[in-house]
Design a protein. Sequence first.
Length: 131
Amino acid sequence: MQDIQAENILRNIYAAENIDLGICEVCIALLVNRRNKVVGYYKVSQGGIDSTTMDIKMITKAALDTFSSGVILCHNHPSGSPKPSRADVDTTERLRKALQLFDISLIDHIILTEDNAFYFSSETCKYPMRA
């Protein structure tokens, strides 16, 4: 699945859930099969204006419950800056390692703003997702 395709799917989910990207942080896990076809999504959490909980166990459980082969994690930054925080970087790495134990790939972690996005999978990302 290409970055922009995943972003469009996620933006549609946020819209369908009536989530305003500029109000509070919300984390969603997009669940995909081996061919990167979406098999579902899981609303992980809804937080405040500058944080939300990304529970590694709950995300892993959602992936296991749907027999997913991959996860694309997403959350928004109401501030308008797509730059990841240190907590975003740490959570991404912890989730990648946890999913790997079950042969599930963390395909990407996307941070959305109203008019921008950041992809951890991008070749230009200074916080590359490790294999």
